[in-house]
Write a protein that binds this ligand. Structure first.
Ligand code: ADP
Ligand code: TRP
Length: 320
């Protein structure tokens, strides 16, 4: 099975990215053909700081490698290194009704939040469709917020195929229900754009400070706590198996511990979970040449596939 997913280098990776997307990718790379890329063109559609974009792109690549993407087994590259994706984006635009994009939740939400709607933000889902269709991906592991973009991709692929024959594989979203939406420190969806994230690779002290900022209710110390509505509990559970989750719920019910204890516990869960990744990251930070070589090799492998697909597509739409 061919699996594909991308992550924007628009900020430091957080545990929502990890549980919503990266962890699924890592699991799927064991038994499938994984295509994973850094979506740096997408980062131009919104909040990314352009001055930082080059270095963020490398940073996110380092983070991915540290978390366990295996470049020998998988295709791992930077989106902008395979320019064919932009050509396909334009061609697919012909098959994309404006109404489809106007209904985009992500687009509408961002506009509602006061982001000036550029054409890049509006047509973002078409570029995402190009990412996916260029490589004939079958399954796309993403968080819940991206499901609509996958539906758009399917619509565009079906429209193209209806006119030209079975050129594109019609992909499916792969969403792990239990982690579909990881909450941020304020209880809303964790997102770089909401400034409510817990970054994967924070230093230990800032990490504890961040955990301490998670909003909780004002139940006084000594009284049972409501774990079901608690963000600290929800985030802890991402790191725990069913039995450990029950144990933690019992600790909440016992009334013997306050939120401060659970925030410390959460910090230790995060810190321990990413220990090995932190070590690898320290290595890659010292060896960026190696990272660039890995990305270059990945881009070459991806490009070879993209070129074949584009030959077919150009033929369909009469491009000389
Ligand atoms: P952000 O919202 O922080 O900008 P991205 O849009 O770059 O994150 O998301 C990258 C990937 O991580 C996507 O597949 C997205 O669905 C997933 N993801 C992001 N935030 C969360 C979250 N809070 N819960 C689950 N998955 C998430
Ligand atoms: N839009 C995705 C996000 O913000 C990133 C992305 C770009 C992507 N192209 C993709 C995800 C293709 C999956 C497949 O999270």
């Amino acid at each position: 099975m061919r699996i594909l997913s991308g992550i924007q280098p628009s900020g430091k990776l957080h545990i929502g990215n990890y549980f919503g997307a990266i962890k699924q990718m890592l699991k799927l790379q064991e038994e499938n053909e994984l295509f994973a890329f850094i979506a740096n063109y997408h980062a131009l559609s919104g909040g990314a700081d352009i001055k930082e974009l080059k270095s963020m792109t490398i940073d996110v690549a380092i983070d991915f490698l540290s978390l366990g993407i295996d470049p020998n087994r998988s295709h791992f590259w930077v989106q902008s290194h395979v320019k064919e994706v932009l050509e396909l984006y334009w061609i697919l635009s012909r098959y994309t009704p404006v109404g489809l994009l106007e209904r985009g939740h992500s687009y509408k939400d961002k506009v509602a939040k006061g982001i000036t709607p550029s054409h890049a933000l509006f047509s973002y889902p078409v570029l995402m469709a190009a990412d996916i269709l260029l490589y004939d991906a079958q399954k796309v592991p993403v968080g819940k917020d991206q499901i609509q973009h996958l539906e758009m991709t399917r619509d565009i692929a079906i429209k193209f195929n209806n006119e030209h024959g079975e050129i594109f594989t019609v992909p499916e979203a792969y969403v792990e229900e239990s982690v579909a939406t990881v909450p941020g420190i304020d209880g809303a969806k964790m997102s770089k754009s909401y400034n409510n994230t817990i970054e994967i690779f924070m230093e230990e002290k800032p990490l504890q400070k961040r955990c301490n900022k998670i909003v909780t209710d004002s139940t006084p110390l000594g009284e049972p706590l409501d774990y079901e509505s608690c963000n600290v509990y929800a985030i802890c559970c991402l790191f725990l198996d069913k039995e450990e989750q029950l144990e933690l719920a019992n600790r909440y019910r016992s009334g013997k511990e306050g939120y401060g204890h659970f925030k410390k516990y959460l910090k230790s869960l995060i810190w321990d979970h990413f220990e090995e990744a932190r070590e690898k990251r320290a290595y890659y930070k010292e060896h960026t040449d190696e990272v660039l070589e890995i990305l270059d090799h990945g881009a070459k492998k991806a490009k070879a596939i993209a070129e074949v697909k584009m030959e077919q597509v150009r033929e369909c739409v009469g491009i000389l």
